[in-house]
Design a protein around this ligand. Sequence first.
Ligand code: ZN
Length: 441
Amino acid sequence: MFLSFLKFNKNCLEMKLLLPTILFSSLFSFAQQVEFHRCATTNAIDYQESLTPGYKDAVISAFDAAKALNMNPESKSGSLYTIPVVVHIVHNTTEENLPDSVIIDQIRVLNEDYNRLNPDTVNMRADFDIVKGNPRIEFKLAQIDPNGQPTTGITRTFTNTTSFGSLAFLSGDMSDLEKVKSTADGGIDPWDQSRYLNIWVCDMSLFGFTALLGYATPPAGLPNWPPGSTGGLGDGVVIQYQAFGSNNPNDIGAGVVIKGRTTTHEVGHYLGLRHIWGDGDCTAEDGIDDTPNADAQSNTDCDPSKNTCTDNIQSVDLPDMIENYMDYSSEDCQNSFTALQVSLMHGVLELQRYDLVHGNPASIEENAIEFVLYPNPAQDFVEIKSSAQIDEIQIMDITGKTIQVDFFNNQIDVRAFRTGVYFIDAYTKEGQKITRRLVKQ
Ligand SMILES: [Zn+2]
């Protein structure tokens, strides 16, 4: 019943104003007044700035550099990205010790959402056909640990800490939350952050109430921090345990729908994306040209009638995009990224997070087949050089639309293609699938 009073709000200042009341109130009135944070990534940036002056500028310049790279697609590699993931379950109760099935389901959700394979893309309004994008990023539970040993990609740590949440967080100090990333402080140290996406799953509640669903560290234009090297933020993602996976047995309360998209959202931050309303009014920007502006975050509603700001995206004033994973809409109505959000994430993977997806010893490429597209970028014909015989190919544009193509003698005719990025799925005689990126000039 208490939880029914909770509502989403990201604004930390409002929380600060509530503090004196909270301190002298009963739990019941606390529950009446608390407004919980959907995502604390912007707070995390401010906090890191207080520890390491210049961090905020580094995040912004990293964002700008990744965006600039998008203007120059030639410099990108042609491959689909695979990110090795380690999930750290840090538990005090049996409920927090989520079963493997929930973790595997969360990875499935990420792979659907980051490959536009989620069935609810059909719910995206046709208005957004002109901007939708497919990241083609794959997440795999790590199969090799940092010592080169086989692993499930899941760690389990019992902690005496009943919650990593604390009142300090409400005034912008994230140091208690960050303890989950340190073995010495009751959590668990990260695995090499340049080689693994570390996701910690734990309890961050306050007085038993959900205070925060998750937060992440955007890339900072600096080499990723080595494990435990700073007293500040450890690179990676933290998720409240009831918000992990779409088959989580624990109810988060307040009628909040959980479909594993808190993690989709936080990984979006980890790959450089900002909230689509730019954390401000119509004049605030998320730095991405094809996401419509909004005068505020969506709340838990899925209200398709809202068009709070006038914008001009390919000559169209699009409505507020409640379908976007980087909004605060209900997980029920989120189903899409935009093409330029995809380009930004690809830029981050080519710059700040290069080692995560290039020559990463933590990634095992099973049945590795030598497969090269040449030239790439291409103008007229692309040759396929492969160590296996290719039986069939399928080509898709960045929106996931299949392109008809002539494929003969290991050559693809791209003369009729429009300039841009395409994905090529090649199938060998043995049924193995290889995916590469192709840029048409
Ligand atoms: Zn967020």
